[in-house]
Design a protein around this ligand. Structure first.
Ligand SMILES: [Zn+2]
Length: 501
């Protein structure tokens, strides 16, 4: 039996997609026939792009024999981990894989995994034998060019497909490793901003917990007068001072986080990508520093994670294309174990907060506002559903932050919260934060202090209250973090601290 290259590669693509891509799409929420049809359309787009890879490797029978069984076994292992443990291949999970010792690896191995891999290997080899014996390629160069053009669709021709395709098999094997490599470059960068700058803190310096929120807009907090009770716990604590006039110029996670962490300002915004963060100065001042990361990291801020003494990922293997729970409350056990170990501590907590697919980021206990979103397609949802689910994420954030505050209540401690940006919730027909909308520039910001902190630093508390009603730029966060701990350093500009009048 002889087969053409086209019919062979199309058949292999279809079988591969039917098994592996379908597993990736399983669990995607949708409503009605239209929602299902749109999901199928997305599956087809991912399948077409996958066809480019299958076409390219099957032009040569040798490359197919080498690569296809390998692709089958890797995909089977990934599918197995997704189905059994909801674990995805992400830059962070790769980083942890590289760090883990053989002993840790042995805990995820199981007879069922070996069986699945064996079946995939046998099937991969059998299909490679068919390619070797039965497929004829009449114009290999044309076939290769056609395949490359299809592979480049998400990267070059339709950029909005890049992320959805690159986070799915088989592209994820390239996408996740490429991003992991980019992160490694960021981590190993040599920055010297504070090499010649001293930082000292007084005896009995307080613990500082610096929480970076996600997509939380100031005007949706009842703390700031929002009509719904979204922050009942924070609003009940008179030691929480909110800054509703906070304004951010960067409005994406990957641009805003570096801006918040460094002395970057509107005059020198590029310092965000060249400078060290305030973590280095806290370390110089004798603080034990911990970064707890509950997001997928970006190459623009991986450097800062590794400035800290300890780095922990409570949810290292989550992708935006799975719809299970991805909660900030998962941070609490690791916070208890690591964040307050030293005499003086700095903990950076980067939360998942109010990121889209909102329902993943709160539990049934916080599903107070209904009806919630039930389809991942915005066109299928009403504005009411979107706002309801968004507001439910704020209830979860309120509960999470209050739990952190409870852990600090009887210490000399201060908690600073700043969201990276806001979120569009239907204003002018815009949603989420994929582009630059006015609603992204007013992030939630507030500061909590313990009684002991107030007794040591009454003038700082007074300044916070005086500054609460003013308009600020997130340029102040770097200086505010240092000043919260009374760190004495020439890097601190007093007039840019919320703790100074
Ligand atoms: Zn963000």
């Amino acid at each position: 039996m002889k087969m053409s290259w086209l019919s062979f590669s199309m058949s292999v693509t279809f079988i591969y997609s039917l098994i592996f891509l379908s597993i990736e799409f399983a669990g995607s929420p949708f409503v009605g026939f239209k929602g299902f049809a749109l999901l199928v359309a997305q599956w087809l787009i991912a399948t077409v792009c996958c066809g480019g890879i299958m076409g390219a490797i099957s032009v040569s029978r040798l490359s197919f024999a080498l690569l296809f069984p390998l692709m089958c076994t890797a995909s089977a292992a990934l599918a197995f981990f997704k189905v059994t443990m909801n674990v995805q291949l992400t830059p962070v999970s790769i980083e942890l894989m590289m760090l883990n010792e053989a002993r840790t690896w042995s805990t995820v191995m199981s007879p069922a995994l070996f069986f699945v891999i064996l079946i995939a290997l046998i099937a991969g080899i059998a299909i490679a034998v068919i390619r070797w014996r039965c497929v004829t390629v009449k114009h290999p160069l044309d076939c290769l060019m056609l395949s490359v053009i299809v592979i480049l669709i998400p990267g070059c021709f339709i950029p909005r497909l890049y992320v959805p395709v690159m986070e799915r098999m088989p592209f994820v094997f390239y996408g996740a490793f490429a991003e992991y490599r980019m992160n490694r470059i960021g981590i190993t960068e040599h920055r010297t901003t504070f090499d010649d700058i001293d930082a000292l803190a007084p005896d009995g310096a307080p613990d500082v917990v610096f929480v970076i929120g996600e997509s939380l807009r100031a005007d949706h907090l009842s703390l700031n007068g929002y009509s719904r009770t979204t922050t009942p716990l924070l609003a009940s604590d008179t030691a929480v001072i909110s800054f509703p006039g906070m304004h951010t110029i960067p409005c994406y996670t990957h641009t805003s986080v570096p801006h918040i962490m460094t002395p970057a300002d509107s005059v020198s915004p590029l310092r965000a990508y060249d400078d060290q963060s305030f973590i280095t100065l806290f370390r110089k001042a004798g603080f034990t520093t911990t970064w707890i990361e509950n997001q997928n990291v970006s190459p623009t801020f991986t450097y800062f994670l590794h400035e800290a003494d300890t780095l922990i990922y409570p949810n290292p293997s989550r992708s935006h294309y799975d719809f299970g729970k991805w909660l900030d409350s998962d941070i609490l056990p690791v916070f208890d174990s690591f964040a307050l170990r030293g005499d003086r501590n700095l903990a950076i907590v980067h939360t998942k907060g109010s990121h889209w697919w909102y329902n993943s980021h709160y539990t049934d206990d916080d599903a107070l506002f209904t009806p919630e979103i039930d389809s991942r397609l915005l066109s299928e949802l009403s504005q009411e559903q979107i706002v309801n689910s968004y507001d439910n994420t704020i209830l979860a954030t309120d509960r999470f932050l209050y739990a952190l505050i409870d852990r600090l209540r009887y210490r000399n401690a201060v908690l600073i919260f700043i969201s990276d940006h806001g979120e569009a919730l239907g204003e002018d027909g815009n949603y989420l934060h994929g582009d630059d909308y006015p609603t992204l520039h007013n992030p939630a910001c507030f500061i909590w202090y313990s009684d002991e902190y107030a007794s040591h630093y009454p003038e700082k508390v007074r300044a916070l209250r005086m500054n609460a009603s003013k308009r600020w730029l997130t340029d102040v966060m770097f200086h505010t973090a240092l000043d919260a701990a009374s760190i004495c350093t020439e890097a601190l500009i007093d007039s840019l601290s919320l703790f100074r009048q």
